[in-house]
Write a protein that binds this ligand. Sequence first.
Ligand code: GLN
Length: 506
Amino acid sequence: MTELHHLGVAELAALLKNKEVSAVEVATRFLAQTGGNPHNAFLDIDSEVTLAQAKASDAKWAAGSAGPLEGVPVAHKDVFVTKDFVTTAGSKMLSGYRSPFDATVVARLRQAGMVTLGKLNCDEFAMGSSNENSAFGPVTNPWDTARVPGGSSGGSAAAVAARLTPAATGTDTGGSIRQPAAFCGITGIKPTYGRASRYGMVAYASSLDQAGPMARSAEDCALLLTAMCGPDLDRDSTSLNVAEENYSRDLLRPLARAGKDGGALTIAAPVEWLDWGNDFHHLDPVNSGIKADVSKLLQSALRKLEDLGAKVIPIVLGKASLSIPVYYIVACAEASSNLSRFDGVKFGHRAKDFADLTDMYKKTRAEGFGQEVKRRIMTGAYVLSHGYYDAYYLQAQKIRRMIADDFQQAFADCDVIAGPVAPSTAWTLGDNTDDPVASYLADIFTLPASLAGLPCMSLPVGLGDYGLPVGMQLIGNYLQEAKLLNVAHQYQLATDFHKSTPGVTA
Ligand code: GLN
């Protein structure tokens, strides 16, 4: 039998159900994997807590009261608060912080039976694209430890890729599930804004933040998404009041019949996003900076989807090209407001020596926050300030609406939009640390769907230059997660890219 840590969520759930393995055996195997903290992926591990949860799962299997994912391990990005593990959000500000309650997403996965392996490293307050902004050191990419795993959910992506956990939670404000999933060769999905409760998720930019699963396949992501999502109206004012869904329901639908009227599924590829050669030059594509190896693998993934019965058409997304300035104004504005709560009074770090209250605030925040977080708080305060509000914040909100409208126009002609996740594969640690704008620019393809609140995912489509993973992004219309997972699963049934393992690549 394949070693337990190489199995995914669906496979482990089946073994546990058939009593071929116990939850304690599974947990013990994964805990052994996390020993020595490979890739610096974890920020907190507590084997006693994990094994106690696994024992409880075995008791539930014995009593016939097991949940759908009973005994399957999961690890959480450290922005989800947890009772049983420390929560830091990757910040010195929250070093050693223990929450009195579990985030809704954590509680829901526990209810489904999942056993918590620990907390995963991430960029400080989820701000970043490389996991180098964590106060607790960077995470390394299992495909090449000299490279970044992506961010901000870098610990989540590295842990899944390195087989330290079969699945993880992540959060995506502007790409933090999709981009690290792409850089580490795994699958991840961000649902429609409001599907997963934000209760207990340390806030970065509240109108954008959304939780989602990261695992090795679309099939596994569907299982976790089903358990994670659902209305939480009393505790999250932006929670969507729509019924829970089984996101696995459409996985097996052939693409030739998965379209709007039961015909072929139509996939639109934005001309601005791919290097199409001379094919669509009359459409005047914007130079998105996409690298040749990424572009080539995406073209072959699109051809594969055509072979599987889908129809591929070109589209122009128009205002999406303005996403970078719009996002970095809106996200920083919201961050500057959200992070005002870290003032040394109620929780988290407090400076030791101070003269008066103002001095205490100043020293606490100067000591507790890292450089990137400070940069964003200052940018946010600036764009919201009197005199600049109209020129920056208001203008950004207007363009945000236009970006969302452009997507609605696009979805009149297609079922799904497909394109790159990032212009390149994982970069080398330290490459962008002196140039924050260079990392911001690498978010060009993930930000539009975030600004519009649309469901979107990343799935591996092969290895580019230097054997580094490349991801394809799929974007769907509101509440169309099942359709995205359908496309991804059909692709994964026909290809093996999601199965390749760092160091063991075929
Ligand atoms: N890279 C983006 C940022 O730094 C996205 C981060 C995220 O999605 N949390 O804001």
